[in-house]
Design a protein around this ligand. Sequence first.
Ligand code: NAP
Ligand code: ZN
Length: 347
Amino acid sequence: MTVMNAYAAAHAGAELTPFCIERRDPGPHDVVIDIQYCGICHTDIHMARGDFPGQVFPLVPGHEIVGKVSKVGAAVSKHRVGDVVGVGCIIDSCGACVECRAGEEQFCDGRIVTYGRYEKDGVTTAYGGYSTSITVFEDFVLSIDAALDPASAAPLMCAGITTYSALRHWKAGNGSTVGVVGLGGLGHLGVKLAAAMGSDVTVLSTSESKRPDAIRLGANDFVVTRDADALSRHAGRFDLILNTVSAGIDLDAYVRLLARDGTLVMLGVPDRPLPVNVMQLLQRRKAIAASPIGGIRETQEMLDFCARKSLGADIEVIPIELVNDAYERVLNSDVRYRFVIDIGSMR
Ligand code: NAP
Ligand code: ZN
């Protein structure tokens, strides 16, 4: 066991404070990673505040992890000491079910999430990336190309793969018209990725002040969603809408914007069930869907795509001491466009 520095919420709703954790010594197939950067995902805030049931406290958040391999188990073949690697939202799965065999580990009932629950042994609390090191089974460690800046690559591990997976599944690309609702961590990467795939992208935002950034990030158009008339002028326009808002939205208002066979994909997690007018879906065979992160193979594909396109997140790097302030700013939609913790500030 190795003892190390971390930051934790002692109970649901508590501020994050310094906390010591233990990590296991590497087994034959384990990779030990010295964490350099960890992104702050809005999900970290939901988890630390107890918005989702079943979390284990003290809770060390962080599932947008990038660092350097410092040690490998004797049987590790995929990674070497010194490699720059990433870890996202899952650190293991059963490896045998139909989902795992399809490379869709995110759907495995036995998947192990990076923090907030237990590790595969069922008793050790899984602690996330707001810590100086992590020990992970080699198959769930991703390779980060040297072309990517490690700090701006960190948010790719959750926000990047979540938007990439949905864009790929619903076939974004040349000739498709994509709307992105909410220009935050997920939203800004959704815009960059959809534009890099060749889609015609429009940002749908509550914040008029983000208009110039939306265009710089690759959008062709920007609509202020607080203006109902402006929104309704785009009725029937989009093949795909990614909703990244971290609160409930008026589903009907966005379904109205879909073209025939268009899909509204929920990536943000509303805190309550949302009503929907089925008649509106039926009239042009529209769909509402939801999508989580991607599997390991697709995550590597996304990282390689980003390396080829020189695509990373727009980030504000902070020392760990500012993490609670950063949470408040994320809750106020005041982040351009992802906070990333410099884990060097914890050593
Ligand atoms: P974020 O950085 O806070 O971005 C959310 C954006 O939504 C804000 O910047 C804001 O954009 C807009 N927004 C926020 N509150 C709003 C409100 N009340 N009404 C309308 N718009 C609002 O969050 P994030 O990290 O991108 O995460 C977004 C959501 O996705 C969270 O719920 C998170 O838990 C979830 N998530 C899901 C997955 C998945 O697997 N599906 C993965 C990661 C995160 P504007 O200023 O442009 O309006
Ligand atoms: Zn996340």
